[in-house]
Design a protein. Sequence first.
Length: 317
Amino acid sequence: MQLSDEQLRALANAGQLYESWKDVMVPLSRLPGGMYWRVIKSREYLYQSATTPAGTQQTKSLGPRKPETEESYEEFKKTKQDLEERRAGIEKRFAEFAPAWRALRLPAIDRTAGSILRAFDLADFVGKGVLVIGTYALKAYEVEAATVFSAGMDATEDLDFTLLMNERAADSDLPRRLLLTLKQVDSTFIVNVGSPKTAVNKNGYRIDLLANNAAAEKLSMARPWKPEILEGQEWLLLGKPVSVVLIDFDGWPAALAAPDPRYFALQKLWLSKKPDRPAIKRAKDKNQGEALLRTIRDHMPHYPLDDQFVASLPTPL
């Protein structure tokens, strides 16, 4: 089913408003948590406080009171106040638009996924460090194709990511930084001891982290969140990824980047033919792969399925 003109306008508005919010939140997140004067031995010193990625508080002295530190203090106060006012104004508009966006039944993701993706985007991970895979990638393809998949293709309430890494560009510290950012969203997320690819929160919400064989050596010492190395993940890094803004169930926009839909669909069909894969998953993979290929053919001419594309495919696909 095609998205209506009204739905498309709403998605465009959500995207523009989200970018305005991000333009505020990125510089705001880089500001110190606070600045204050502290008296030590009858002399005033300017101190700066900040929260580390691990969630601990750090303070440091910026020097004794003098024209330069007074200027720094006043500039900090003005910059933070301006950004906070802009943030409040944009988030007020989110709240105003959210009921209408929900009523329009726009492609949407769950609240937890929305919060995580916003935090990952502010940390510059979305589309640069990770891609969303699994059924939530289909939501990105709905937006890209301006169409809605049939019933039975709905996403489950969990998230799957694949790392944007290969043999030449493998950041062994990325999983740790992702986990720290995840815990800033919800401090109850911990790594599953029995399955270190999975982070889970107190409500049982699961996030799986996957990677490809080319990055295996660099990631062998990753702790505590250790991506699972799976055959076929390298194909999801090929082509042109999809980057969209959609909404969560609260009506707040979030950015999502997913693999090139052609490779995602073909990898699903490849998975559906693996005899060691559970039958229920193979059937789901087949349905998703075939439905996505039809959608690409009918609604995504900018992702051609032509002879040139077929000739470029890895042999297993």
